[in-house]
Design a protein. Structure first.
Lengths: 288, 422
């Protein structure tokens, strides 16, 4: 009896000190709160589409309309080449991938300021919030892929796309990398906005600018200027975007070196972001 | 022995910066910094604020040492700004201390607010899952407790309705039920019981005290409602200016908090003291009250309380009476004694008299008193002429073996019954 009592005591012993180590990210605790992550993810869906007539249909309707507009503006009016890929399919894919990343970034960037009310009253690992945001963005992405697949099968049947089937596993890497990147950038911004609200404004239009600095509405192959090419290679969104096209649409170029660079940048941003987040979450209530 | 400890706090300090924390913006911070190095006035300081206090600090908690044992129900009282909420925030890990450390043995449920994480669009049931998970329960745990939670909350018919349609009472009942059914070892509550109807408040208090007494849970409770503190807590601390100024019996803590001192002066002068605004007449004014021949306000139980009053009249008065009211330390009336039509006097007179009160029924403890001179008007209703807060009465019963538990037995002791065996 005594032994057991002592064991359960150790299990829930918490030591709180003024000074914290820089690397004290408690992943075990995060795992214990996995149910909460799932509930937050679920909540973001349930709440968004309650009291709407079309409900979850909006997940598809919204990007579909955007893709059509892109096709008209960038494909039709501006006449940007898509390397022979059907324009609607090209923009639908680009838009889905970009929306996924932008949602991850945008929503995690307001973690602290948007949830100050809850964070100020009760403790739970704060990282559950941004992680669930990324999860729900990933689910949204999956739903958009279903729509993409619908058109994809049609164009496949009439022989207008030639996917590289063998490279399918790379898609998962791309999805994972973009999620981590969005999370990393988002938590950095959310940590800094606890003190400087300016960033919140910068981010919302910064993401729009970022889109044009990424191969979203144009393929990489359209660039000839070496300076632009360098910028796009360092931009950690480009590799995943091009990979997506390479795998499903059969165009675009990717290389091992480029992917290594992208992964290193992503890992560095995520690592730095989580450390910063972990440091800020202890006392952000005093400055938010 | 160390196994009994639920929370151990050592040298805990929390510092807040006074004035603006940054300008809120990067440019604001740069402006302030630029002004500082050039010796100019900070353009971001609050107008009218004292410059010297800018950049200085404020200790919300200034060295707290505390050990709380398992199964204890600890009350925390103190004025606004004494540091109660800061202490609870650090304990519930919402913010981190500036100095010192604390060890917590067990899971903590903090109820600094009820219904944290409730979302109006979700149904009661969905919110129970959400709220439970935020408080640290797993899905399986919530499933197991769901029936109990719904039953306790008294909102069964509405459980599948979005909570935005709930009345505020229903909302709070549901939220409290979730928190009360957690399997945590330590519960922290910040006046959450101030909501809901009386019956539900009582139910919550009973639930909390049984959790402490029977299940060995540790309860930390902050409130300004002394009756709930009395009912729930077995020990009480008083915080003042970030320090613990008292730690011990609940009644003593409440007496201290209510600004009582056992060594209060047994004499009080009322000349020149402002009267409450509702007194319309200044016909008669109390000028002095005294416990004659005493050096404190402490009386032994059974002793009679003698008070020597001096008063003067500004107009002719007839048939003035004196009402002597006894109150609990938090202002709840306990008893009163009347002296009807005991004085008539001419304008400009000064009178003195000693009144003797038999307070042998009063339970040990500290009491406030109120002296009121009154007379009856032409319609027979009482009209107060002068009303002042009196000297305290502290009934000491240290000779008696049994500690009087005022929270359970009340403040009045009836004479021991006559017993006839047959």
């Amino acid at each position: 009896m005594m032994e057991q009592g002592r064991m359960s005591e150790n299990k829930y012993h918490t030591h709180i000190e003024a000074k914290t180590r820089l690397l004290s990210v408690d992943l075990k605790e995060l795992w214990r709160y996995r149910d909460l992550i799932l509930l937050f993810t679920r909540r973001s869906f349930v709440v968004t589409y309650k009291q709407t007539i079309l409900g979850p249909a909006w997940i598809i309707l919204n990007p579909f309309i955007t893709s059509v507009i892109y096709t008209i503006v960038f494909g039709g009016i501006a006449g940007i080449s898509t390397n022979g890929v059907p324009q609607l399919l090209f923009y639908m894919g680009s838009n889905a991938v970009w929306t996924y990343f932008a949602t991850c970034f945008n929503r995690t960037a307001t973690t602290f300021t948007a949830n100050a009310g809850v964070f100020g009253k009760v403790y739970f690992p704060r990282l559950t919030m941004p992680i669930s945001t990324v999860l729900s963005a990933a689910i949204n992405f999956a739903i958009q892929l279903l729509m993409f697949g619908f058109f994809f099968i049609y164009y496949l049947a009439i022989g207008e796309v030639h996917p590289n089937w063998f490279a399918i596993p790379l898609l998962f890497l791309a999805v994972f990398q973009l999620g981590c990147l969005g999370l990393g950038c988002g938590v950095i911004v959310s940590s800094l906005t606890t003190k400087y609200r300016d960033l919140a404004i910068v981010v919302s239009f910064g993401i729009q600018l970022w889109m044009y600095a990424s191969p979203v509405v144009y393929p990489m192959s359209q660039l000839e200027d070496p300076l632009f090419l360098h910028i796009l290679h360092v931009n950690p969104v480009s590799a995943s975007m091009e990979t997506f096209r390479y795998v499903l649409l059969g165009t675009g170029e990717i290389s091992l070196g480029w992917w290594v660079l992208t992964l290193v940048i992503t890992a560095a941003l995520l690592f730095f972001g989580v450390i910063l987040f972990n440091k800020v979450e202890k006392t952000f209530m005093d400055t938010v | 022995m160390s196994n009994d400890i639920a929370i151990k706090i050592c040298g805990l300090k929390k510092m807040y910066r006074l004035g603006q924390i940054g300008g809120g913006t990067l440019t604001g911070d740069l402006q302030s910094w630029w002004a500082r190095i050039h010796g100019r006035e900070d353009p971001n300081s609050i107008i009218g604020s004292d410059q010297r206090s800018n950049g200085t600090t404020f200790m919300a908690l200034n060295g707290i040492d505390l050990e709380i044992r398992k199964g204890e129900a600890l009350g925390i009282i103190g004025r606004n700004g004494a540091g109660k909420s800061t202490l609870l925030k650090i304990l519930s890990r919402v913010t981190a201390p500036t100095e010192g450390y604390l060890d917590i043995y067990g899971r903590i449920t903090s109820m600094l607010e009820v219904g944290t994480g409730f979302h109006g669009e979700m149904t009661g049931r969905e919110n129970v899952y959400m709220n439970g998970a935020i408080l640290g329960m797993s899905r399986a745990e919530i499933d197991a407790k769901m029936e109990e939670i719904i039953a306790f909350s008294e909102v069964r018919e509405f459980i599948d309705t979005p909570v935005k349609r709930y009345s505020s009472g229903m909302y709070v009942k549901l939220a409290f039920s979730v928190a009360a059914h957690l399997d945590s070892e330590i519960m922290i509550m910040d006046e959450v019981l101030a909501v809901g109807d009386i019956a539900f408040q009582q139910k919550c208090l009973n639930k909390m005290s049984s959790a402490a007494k029977n299940d060995g849970k540790t309860v930390l409770y902050v409130s300004h409602n002394m009756n709930t503190i009395r009912q729930l807590c077995s020990r009480c601390i008083v915080l003042d200016k970030g320090k613990i100024i008292f730690d011990g019996e609940v009644e003593d803590a409440i007496a201290l908090y209510m600004n009582n001192s056992a060594y209060e002066n047994p004499v009080r002068d009322y000349d020149g003291i402002k009267r409450p605004g509702w007194l319309h007449s200044d016909m008669l004014r109390l000028s002095r009250a005294e416990y004659p021949g005493r050096d404190s306000c402490i009386f032994r139980r059974g002793e009679k309380v003698r008070i020597a009053f001096t008063w003067h009249t500004n107009e002719d008065v007839e048939n003035v009476g004196l009402r002597f009211e006894i109150q609990n330390t938090d202002g709840t009336p306990i008893a009163a004694a009347f002296s009807y039509e005991c004085y008539s006097g001419k304008k400009g007179q000064t009178a003195a008299a000693v009144f003797t009160y038999d307070v042998s029924g009063l339970a040990p403890g500290t009491y406030h008193t109120i002296y009121t001179f009154f007379r009856r008007n032409n319609f027979g209703a009482g009209v107060d002429l002068d009303c002042m807060e009196g000297m305290d009465i502290i009934i000491d019963d240290s000779e008696n073996k049994l500690n009087w538990r005022a929270n359970v037995w009340g403040h009045f002791i009836l004479p021991a019954p006559e017993v006839e065996f047959q």
